[in-house]
Design a protein around this ligand. Structure first.
Ligand SMILES: *Cc1c(COP(=O)(O)O)cnc(C)c1O
Length: 494
């Protein structure tokens, strides 16, 4: 009877709204707010502190009962939206923060509406979007077209996956079954420069190899791995009865964007039968620029390549990627196929690729759509030009630093990261570090600009990493002016 089917039964409810049009109106408002927010980002400070009222609100009680969604949204609008990391701002250059692009707002709506689990063996459009994106990425970076690939949370996870494949592939025993067995087998040794990102050490530790198995090889004055020292180290380890297993090549170090001599590392890996993993978190994207792609030539010879889309490909957080030459080594490292994940020839579970056989995660967001829409909307040529613009801006900023007697550049600028500090004759090394740390914090507090810092042989550096499509030359001029003005204030009378 019609009456019965219309009645969901006693007490049965769902989270769907009673009035969809109310949600629709709120949705339109939220989209308007988000677009205004991005359109006006330049008018806001580069950073602002989180006010006490907001922190107090965000320490409140667990909400046992409901609150109207519009009221909740108003709280978000007032207390959350204004206080981002602010990597969307044109004068944000901290760590390696990417800006994202406005059109991906639309992708996010679709992603959330579909709420796909992106398993890959589910026969859904999301699977094919991700597979096409992976193919595009391989072509864009000139990587093996038969490589397997996976979207992951970011460079850290991409490094972990690549290093895991290296471990499984190079261990002369079944490391998946036996675990790392250095009692009965030679210890597997990994090599990377001292400038290598901390996620590589984390990965090596998580894989049970122990950070003692990660040899950190010294760098030259341009922060690139010393290839002769590396060769000597490999030889010494072999002579000591250990098993050299993997070289990690930096395609853009986190401190200074130094690019290791990639072809030489690939030659050594080939000669010594080692796995070559490349950490190209941001630097890999230089391959998209017609003018700068030669800087990262040789990267395509790596056995596995980790890179981020959320850094220098301007994709919204979070989105990283790992590519692995062949397909077998990757799958052999992660494949577990329990009965409840069986795939079929037809029906929902007949998708072409079980992504869980290629990484740690099973359920994943449909993040592929953001990148896919961004690439489709802009075209890859445009991405290459935008990346090249950032490289030219880094050169411009370096030139401005070099021309200022009160500033000192602390590292070469091979790509998109500039390191410099404010100088004062009256101060010793420790005092100069303190001075520059103070300048950095005041730059943030006054909302002038948001670079980060690092410690280099020359001292504490104000570090400017440019993965920002909104930055203009005038923004770098504002940074230089700000640093000099604050530096002068702080050293007046000394
Ligand atoms: C940022 C970065 C990582 C880590 O990437 P996440 O996306 O932050 O996890 C690894 N290596 C390098 C060189 C990086 O710059």
């Amino acid at each position: 009877m019609a009456v019965e089917t219309a009645d969901p039964g006693p007490g049965e409810r769902s989270f769907d709204p009673e009035d969809w049009d109310e949600l629709r109106r709120l949705g339109h408002r939220a989209i308007d707010d988000a677009i205004d927010y991005l359109a006006q980002v330049r008018e806001r400070p580069a950073w602002q502190p989180v006010p006490q009222a907001t922190k107090a609100l965000l320490e409140g009680e667990v909400p046992r009962g409901p609150t109207d969604v519009e009221a909740v949204y108003d709280l978000v609008r007032e207390h959350v939206l204004p206080y981002p990391t602010n990597n969307i701002h044109p004068r944000f250059w901290s760590w390696v923060g990417g800006t994202g692009t406005p059109t991906q707002l639309i992708a996010d709506l679709v992603i959330s509406a579909m709420n796909s689990a992106s398993l890959g063996f589910d026969e859904t459009a999301s699977t094919y979007v991700e597979l096409q994106l992976l193919d595009w990425l391989k072509q864009m970076l000139g990587f093996d077209e038969n490589a397997s690939g996976l979207l992951v949370s970011g460079g850290s996870m991409a490094n972990l996956v690549g290093l895991a494949v290296a471990r499984t592939h190079t261990a002369p025993y079944d490391v998946r079954e036996r675990g790392v067995d250095s009692a009965q087998h030679p210890r597997l040794v990994f090599y990377a420069s001292t400038e290598t990102h901390s996620s590589v050490r984390k990965g090596v530790e998580l894989l049970g190899l122990g950070s003692e198995s990660l040899r950190l090889v010294e760098v030259d004055e341009e922060f690139r791995i010393d290839v002769r020292a590396l060769s000597a180290r490999i030889r010494a380890d072999r002579e000591a009865g250990l098993k050299p297993a993997c070289i990690v090549a930096n395609v853009g170090t986190v401190n200074t964007a130094a690019i290791d001599p990639l072809d030489e590392l690939a030659d050594i890996a080939e000669r010594e039968a080692l796995w070559l993993h490349a950490d190209g978190a941001f630097g890999a994207c230089a391959a998209l620029s017609a003018q700068s792609k030669d800087l990262v030539a040789g990267m395509e010879r790596a056995d596995s390549l980790a890179f981020d889309l959320h850094k220098w490909m301007y994709v919204q957080y979070d989105c990283g990627c790992v590519l692995v030459r062949g397909d077998r080594p990757h799958r052999d490292t992660f494949s577990v196929t329990p009965a409840y994940l069986r795939s079929f020839a037809r029906g929902l579970a007949s998708g072409p690729r079980n992504f869980s056989e290629y990484g740690v995660q099973l359920s994943r967001s449909f993040k592929a759509l953001r990148a896919w829409m961004a690439l489709k909307t802009e075209g890859t040529d445009r991405f290459g030009e935008q990346i090249e613009q950032n490289i030219r801006q880094a050169r411009y900023l370096s030139g401005r630093v070099d021309a200022e007697p009160l500033l000192e550049r602390l590292a070469p600028t091979p790509l998109n990261i500039v390191n410099f500090r404010f100088l004062s004759d009256a101060l010793d090394a420790a005092a100069l570090d303190d001075l520059n740390a103070e300048i950095l914090q005041r730059l943030h507090e006054r909302g002038i600009a948001a670079p980060s810092s690092t410690q280099l042989p020359g001292g504490l550096s104000i570090r400017v990493a440019i993965c920002n499509h909104r930055s203009r030359r005038e923004d770098f001029d504002a940074l230089i002016d700000g640093v000099i003005r604050i530096g002068r204030e702080l050293t007046a009378g000394s």
